[in-house]
Write a protein that binds this ligand. Structure first.
Ligand SMILES: NC(=O)c1ccc[n+]([C@@H]2O[C@H](COP(=O)([O-])OP(=O)(O)OC[C@H]3O[C@@H](n4cnc5c(N)ncnc54)[C@H](OP(=O)(O)O)[C@@H]3O)[C@@H](O)[C@H]2O)c1
Length: 295
């Protein structure tokens, strides 16, 4: 589709980490984004979504809204499933009624984590956390609905401006501590929200549908990501590796969830930049110019 001059409704686009990056990327590309938060429209209420779609009449619907609190989801199963499993096919059905493309985001946490080579789009989900299972069910619901203009993009380990994220939390902690301990037995694909947003537009320009994986290239552990951020920020804080058992969490994360990006590269001709380059951009250009998280 042609992005310039299009009107794009972005659920999560007003307050979400990825949604805000999408809103910015769309504006830069000459589109008119319509960014929304939960206050503008509740995605678990299809009637309110339908009314808004009638009123705004967008050319594209992007769902960057979700229940994203991985540990809290273990205690709020009903809400996590309502947002992540029930809502996506209902949103896609609304897009189908209007024949407009529908973009939805999913996660590396749909995978079990027992592989030791990157997960491809052909690997079966095998999630075990409530969050991961609810996101996998959302994907399945979309595939079962079978609306042909649906694009599902799995991303991972998101960081960037606009909302609190792992990198920013680490750098804040370093302001008051000399030493931090961070887990080093989970390996994944850091994804810079502005890069995911730009690369989503590249997929849309090429009429991509089905499932894609999108992240920055390279892989690391949470410890590797934290240590790199601290070094880039010029902090003297020491970042020590520890096993996950040192930080018991309600939800178990996959030990390995690196995403294979080859389907994206084949479709777009683009190899995303390495996560270290994206991190440098974030720490040096965004955080330093005073664009910390706002919520
Ligand atoms: N963050 C990660 O590390 C990560 C990793 C892999 C995949 N993902 C996926 O990427 C997507 C974007 O994640 P994110 O981290 O950008 O999310 P986020 O920052 O937590 O933002 C979530 C957005 O959803 C909105 N929202 C929540 N409940 C809603 C409701 N009932 N109705 C309408 N909007 C509602 C929120 O609005 P309010 O501010 O008004 O609540 C917010 O704008 C999600 O699908 C997530 O599963 C994220």
């Amino acid at each position: 589709m042609r992005i310039a001059d299009s009107r794009v409704m972005v659920l999560g686009g007003r307050t979400g980490l990825l949604g805000q990056a999408l809103t910015l990327a769309l504006s830069r590309a000459g589109s008119t984004p319509i960014p929304l938060s939960s206050k503008d429209c509740d995605i678990v209420d299809p009637i309110s979504v339908s009314r808004l779609l009638d009123r705004k009449d967008p050319d594209l619907l992007i769902n960057a809204a979700a229940y994203t609190q991985v540990d809290l989801a273990e205690d709020q199963e009903e809400l996590a499933f309502a947002l992540n499993a029930t809502a996506p096919p209902l949103l896609a059905a609304e897009a189908a009624k209007r024949s407009i493309p529908f973009v939805h985001y999913s996660t590396d946490f749909v995978f079990k984590g027992d592989k030791r080579e990157p997960y491809t789009v052909y690997d079966e989900p095998g999630a075990f956390s409530v969050y991961g299972i609810s996101k996998a069910q959302g994907e399945r619901g979309l595939l079962t609905l079978g609306y042909e203009k649906t694009l599902i993009i799995r991303i991972a380990w998101l960081f960037g401006p606009g909302r609190t994220n792992f990198v920013e939390k680490i750098l804040k902690l370093c302001e008051t501590r000399d030493t931090l301990t961070v887990v080093d037995d989970q390996t994944g694909s850091p994804s810079y929200a502005p890069d995911v947003a730009e690369n989503t537009l590249r997929l849309l320009e090429r009429e991509a549908t089905g499932i894609y994986h999108l992240a920055n290239t390279g892989k690391t552990t949470w410890h590797g990501l934290a240590a790199a951020a601290v070094k880039l920020a010029g902090s003297g804080c020491s970042v020590e590796p520890v096993p996950s058992s040192a930080y018991p969490t309600k939800a178990t994360r996959p030990a390995y969830s690196v995403l294979d990006l080859s389907r994206f590269t084949k479709k777009s001709g683009i190899t995303p930049r390495h996560w270290r380059d994206a991190l440098r951009d974030y720490v040096h250009n965004e955080l330093k110019k005073g664009n910390p998280a706002t919520s």
